[in-house]
Design a protein around this ligand. Structure first.
Ligand SMILES: Cc1cc2nc3c(=O)[nH]c(=O)nc-3n(C[C@H](O)[C@H](O)[C@H](O)COP(=O)(O)OP(=O)(O)OC[C@H]3O[C@@H](n4cnc5c(N)ncnc54)[C@H](O)[C@@H]3O)c2cc1C
Length: 444
């Protein structure tokens, strides 16, 4: 460890997601040593995990190895490990091995930047998770893909009409951008892609229900765009159920409660969870250690320069934080990639400014707008007051996502895949994968 100004100043960045990666890239030409610690060896482009879950893209097309991203930056090293705890007084992280890969127990730092992200919360009903999968990680997206495709397979061999209908009922919980995108993609898969694949069932008869507790879809968009999105969903064959709260999920059915208090039970074996998120547990630990406030979503409150109270050497950024504005009021920024990326770049710029002995201002978020896609040539966009829908919004969505995708090869592959799918309605990655059975292991 050393003081600012020395060649060996060691910056440890936790998390190679959107925020952490920008912090690392912002320091790659600075005279500091950077260690990027992540429990995954890849950067995941979460905005497209739902396309993996619906067979439109393959996992490798939306993930990129962290080592490959920084291979030319000699001052950056990558460490595959999980952060288990912080010792802020000793300026050390406690690490846990991942995949049995040995990792040092402790890692010292001069500056620490924590970007651990968030995960889906089941509103205190963790038991729902086994029946209602989410698409936040690559592993869960692949599991959802198998579950969706397996439901069509089960319906094909089910002789009982009521049981068959249950297999062909898909329920998406939460009508934010991810829920809307998932519902739209499942509808397109059923109506277009799988249309001719089965002999007994007609996949076009599948029911896709999108459940939302609020009174409209996409509540972060202006009401006019929500209404347009809802119409596009209906055109695709999605039934939008607003004003309904989920009160139960098990292997056989979902129970909904309407505003009038009446309960409705819907048999289904394919439920996708796209409702509330909660901050990484790292946020809670940092709050405990520093006395910083936490909000209801578990986010730790950082100062206007994104550091923790009493610890100017520790930054926390991205989905796991809310930051104070220059007047000291806590502000929750949208849980989107641009917010995390801007905070990552800002943290790197503060480190650079301190090294040069220069002052720096408070973090300022620049709102780049809101985008959500619904399906083929259907999307909504609200960019600095300019409201777009239909093809124009969809083309904007496409370009923005290609632009932010890491790696030239991935951009090219995704562009080819999308062009091909657009022309043929196809989805090349419609694979049901599972852990090998004992027979498979024996047979090799
Ligand atoms: C399904 C889905 C769709 C989305 N769509 C969009 C979209 O269209 N547009 C948009 O702007 N945003 C979208 N988002 C939100 C966006 O992905 C997040 O806001 C963004 O990823 C936040 O960045 P972050 O750096 O805070 O966290 P993340 O990108 O989640 O990165 C966190 C990193 O920390 C690592 N990590 C966590 N805990 C530990 C630990 N203990 N030890 C070691 N490593 C750890 C993780 O492995 C991960 O690499 C979407 C999110 C989801 C889930």
């Amino acid at each position: 460890m050393c003081a600012f100004g020395s060649r060996e100043h060691h910056v440890v960045v936790v998390g190679g997601g959107f925020g952490g990666l920008q912090a690392v890239l912002g320091l790659r030409r600075t005279a500091v040593e950077v260690t990027l610690v992540d429990r995954r060896n890849f950067h995941l482009f979460q905005p497209l995990t739902y396309q993996v879950a619906t067979g439109a893209l393959s996992p490798g097309e939306i993930a990129y190895p962290l080592r490959a991203i920084v291979k030319r930056n000699r001052n950056v090293r990558v460490l595959l490990a999980e952060v288990a705890d912080f010792d802020l007084d000793a300026r050390e992280l406690h690490l846990r091995p991942v995949e049995a890969v040995p990792a040092p127990e402790r890692l010292g730092y001069d500056t620490l930047i924590v970007a651990g992200g968030s995960h889906y919360s089941y509103f205190g009903h963790e038991e729902w998770q086994q029946h209602a999968a989410e698409v936040k990680s690559l592993e869960s997206a692949v599991a959802v893909r198998s579950r969706l495709l397996a439901a069509f397979e089960a319906a094909e061999v089910e002789p009982n009409p009521a049981a068959r209908d249950a297999w062909l009922t898909f329920i998406v919980v939460g009508a934010g951008p991810t829920g809307v995108e998932m519902a739209g993609q499942i509808a397109e898969m059923a109506r277009d892609t799988l249309r001719r694949d089965f002999r007994t069932i007609d996949p076009r008869r599948a029911r896709i229900l999108l459940v939302e507790a609020a009174d409209r879809v996409l509540t972060s968009f202006p009401p006019t765009l929500s209404a347009k999105a809802e119409r596009s969903l209906q055109r695709l064959g999605v039934t939008v159920l607003t004003g309904r709260t989920v009160t139960g999920i098990d292997a056989a059915e979902v129970t909904l409660q309407g505003r009038d208090g009446g309960a409705e039970r819907i048999p289904s074996h394919a439920v996708i969870w796209a409702a509330g998120v909660t901050a990484s547990s790292l946020a809670g630990r940092l709050a405990e250690l520093t006395g910083a406030e936490r909000d209801r979503a578990g986010r730790v409150t950082v100062e206007a320069d994104l550091t923790l109270p009493g610890h100017p050497e520790v930054f926390a950024i991205g989905d796991m934080v809310r930051a104070r504005d220059p007047r000291g009021e806590p502000v929750v920024l949208p849980g989107v990639a641009p917010a995390a990326m801007q905070q990552g770049r800002y943290a790197a710029s503060v480190v650079r400014a301190r090294l040069r002995g220069r002052p720096h201002g408070a973090f300022r978020y620049r709102d780049k707008g809101n985008l959500a896609t619904i399906g083929r040539a259907a999307a909504v966009a609200d960019i600095k007051g300019v409201r777009l829908s239909g093809f124009l919004a969809w083309a904007t969505w496409l370009l923005v996502h290609l632009w932010y995708l890491i790696g030239f090869q991935n951009r090219l592959l995704v562009l080819i895949r999308w062009s091909f799918s657009f022309a043929t309605h196809g989805r090349g990655a419609r694979l049901i994968t599972h852990a090998p059975t004992t027979t498979e292991q024996r047979d090799g």
